[in-house]
Design a protein around this ligand. Sequence first.
Ligand code: GUN
Length: 283
Amino acid sequence: MQIIDGKAVSKSVKESVKAECDELKAKGVTPGLAVILVGEDPASQVYVRNKEKACEECGFYSEKYAIPADTTQEELNALVDKLNKDPKINGILCQLPLPSHLDDKEVINRIDPIKDVDAFHPVNVGAIMIGDYNFLPCTPAGVMELIHSTGVDVSGKKAVVMGRSNIVGKPMSMLLLHENATVEITHSRTQNLAEITSGADILIAAIGKAKFVKADMVKEGAVVIDVGMDRDENGKLCGDVDFDDVKDKCSYITPVPGGVGPMTISMLMKNTLTAAKIQNGIQ
Ligand code: GUN
């Protein structure tokens, strides 16, 4: 069994983004990312801080809008409109979840699709469906990079994606399908779950249930990717996969933390770079 080092893969992605950013700067273009954080959710604050740090590492321009939890929909919309028009800003990310009086969908739909570096806008989601896209959603794209880092060829393999969220499960399935995997999606109503997951050459867990995936649900020699960010019974950060139970059965496995998490941010940097290139007519 080999542990996939998400931090190392993420670092190498960021290094190549930085190198390309330096080339863009020589042409007078600095990629710019605006991050909107509404309210004071502690987890969101950490994510946003990490995004700012990654911008610095890659040489990007960044703006952070930490606005109060009682911001109105109109005020948030006005901020998105302003950023849509700002030529210094190539990417806009509104950290989710939003406070309950605000509508995620309204904000996502308002971001100019060419600045939607999360790839959450229906235009970008549709583009992914037909395989003709500018941006890939950060977490599934990061998972694909981790799979590629193992050298395992996805083509023709059976991939099982546990979870059907719009942010991870659904786009994840599409990306695997684009690389010619035979894809099955499981969810909370799936019957005979272990039977399905234990047939997977590539198993992606994105269900948000701490240590849910046990050895009897995993095929011998499988590649296991854990998208979960959960807390165990002692409040310690863990994934959807019971790492200690599963590790000896698979060929490759991602740890939590240090697996998928660091990749999400480096893919965001890649998308922001792409956005800057497109908006400045550079290919
Ligand atoms: N909250 C948790 N993950 C994400 C993400 O990838 N993008 C945004 N905007 N918010 C998130």
